[in-house]
Design a protein around this ligand. Structure first.
Ligand SMILES: [Zn+2]
Length: 103
């Protein structure tokens, strides 16, 4: 199996880790009447549609780590944007006549 985390850049993924339940289609299989096959899956939106990629057991931890990387990067970016707003506001307060009034 190809390890998806061995590329030069760490894997980053956006989405949610879920359990995908499906029927395999074989009439004699237990899934036809009862318990469906379960596999871990990543769901995400792409082009406005929800998509699913089923994962092997080995991929689950990699995907978890990749989702955490995305969340951490997003939180960092959000924090920077908040700081940016605060800075812009303080600049305007320090300035001459820019307290929100129109000229
Ligand atoms: Zn089945």
């Amino acid at each position: 199996m190809v390890c998806i985390a061995t590329r030069s850049r760490p894997l980053v993924l956006r989405g949610t880790l879920t359990t995908f339940r499906r029927r395999c289609g074989k009439a004699a299989c237990r899934c036809a009447t009862g318990e469906r096959h379960e596999s871990p899956a990543l769901t995400f939106t792409e082009d406005g549609r929800t998509k699913t990629i089923t994962l092997s057991a080995a991929e689950v931890r990699q995907v978890e780590a990749a989702l955490a990387r995305y969340e951490a990067a997003r939180a960092e970016l959000e924090a920077q944007a908040e700081a940016g707003l605060a800075r812009l506001r303080s600049q305007r307060r320090d300035g001459a006549d820019t307290t929100g009034r129109r000229r």
